[in-house]
Design a protein around this ligand. Structure first.
Ligand SMILES: [Zn+2]
Length: 329
């Protein structure tokens, strides 16, 4: 017979399933919202000396944001402050924290992981992920920023194919140079280097010129650079310059998005040129309405745009001069 070595959790705690927490109570509010009260089951250690707190000082309730559990749930954490019983510790009291809700955090780690996964793994926009989880766009962006800064040790990886592209992460800003007292335009660009096999972000550098990407490649070991076989970039001369300098033997290709865009732009240019040559004009009226009282059969050359020529077919349909029968003429 198997016997449990711990206290069996109640049904609410099992369904809520937040590690290191147990449910105290649950209630339904006025408009059907659900609220659940939880407390921590983990031992609280002093952040300065590590001694486990045994005496409670006080308690307060903190609202934390969490994932949807069969719909939105408001989570209230009964959070305790403990005395630190270590005589040599300068910290007299401390507030408990858990791996799911570290110090000064207001959302659970599983919520932040779900937001990052929704954007990175599922390819959803930050605003869409925020709406789906009932949180603000800023929380999603903060979780993404935190995940981006926790980059792996790039030099231990052996990527075969790299992708480099630029991204403007905010709108254009103007700032005043204190030395020259002149306003200067600042475009906040950054370049991202990813492993095309895994989709993992390897590095983010400031700007979109050859210096940033070149310095990042220069910082990699020689064996790392020799292992790269293909780099996909947009048609950027700056990236191309950095690759010629630091990855001279690596094949360079244009990524699919920019390749299709270039083909579409070229096709549009050919269509516009042929349309102009065959039809002699673009869409729209050949002539503008003349002034009041002017003869409709008067030459309309002044109203034509410069460089446009009328086709013979359209000229044949023009009214012969003097053939109009406007009253009073
Ligand atoms: Zn302490």
């Amino acid at each position: 017979m198997t016997e449990l070595t711990a206290v069996r959790p109640d049904a609410g705690t099992v369904i809520f399933n937040l590690p290191d927490y147990r449910g105290l109570d649950a209630e339904i509010l006025a408009f059907g919202q659900r609220r659940i009260h939880v407390e921590s089951t983990a031992e609280a250690g002093c952040p300065s000396c590590g001694v486990i707190g045994a005496r409670r000082h006080s308690r307060r309730r903190q609202r934390i944001r969490d994932i949807l559990v069969a719909g939105p749930v408001e989570v209230l954490w009964s959070k305790y402050r403990y005395f630190c019983d270590e005589a040599l510790c300068a910290r007299k009291t401390f507030v408990e924290s858990t791996p799911q809700v570290p110090r000064r955090a207001r959302s659970t780690r599983r919520l932040r992981d779900a937001l990052v996964s929704a954007v990175i793994n599922s390819g959803r926009a930050a605003a869409e992920a925020a709406a789906a989880h009932g949180v603000s766009w800023w929380l999603v962006q903060d979780a993404l920023n935190q995940a981006a800064t926790q980059l792996p040790d790039v030099d231990r990886l052996r990527p075969r194919m790299l992708g480099i592209d630029e991204h403007r992460f905010r709108s254009v800003r103007f700032f005043k140079d204190p030395e020259t007292n002149q306003w200067k335009r600042y475009e906040p660009w950054m370049a991202t280097i990813v492993d095309l096999d895994t989709g993992q972000v390897l590095g983010i550098v400031d700007g979109r010129d050859s210096k940033g990407v070149g310095a990042w490649l220069f910082a990699r070991p020689l064996t790392w650079r020799l292992g790269v076989q293909v780099v996909a970039i947009d048609p950027s001369a700056a990236f191309r310059k950095a690759l010629r300098m630091w990855l001279p033997r690596t094949a360079v290709s244009v990524d699919a998005f920019h390749l299709v865009k270039l083909a579409n732009d070229a096709l549009t240019g050919v269509r516009q040129r042929l349309s102009q040559e065959v039809r002699g004009r673009r869409r729209g009226p050949r002539t503008r309405p003349g002034p009041i009282g002017a003869c409709c059969c008067a030459p309309a050359t002044a109203s034509r745009r410069p460089g446009w020529s009328a086709s013979p077919m359209s000229s044949a349909r023009m009214t012969p001069p003097g053939s109009c029968r406007q009253p009073g003429r």
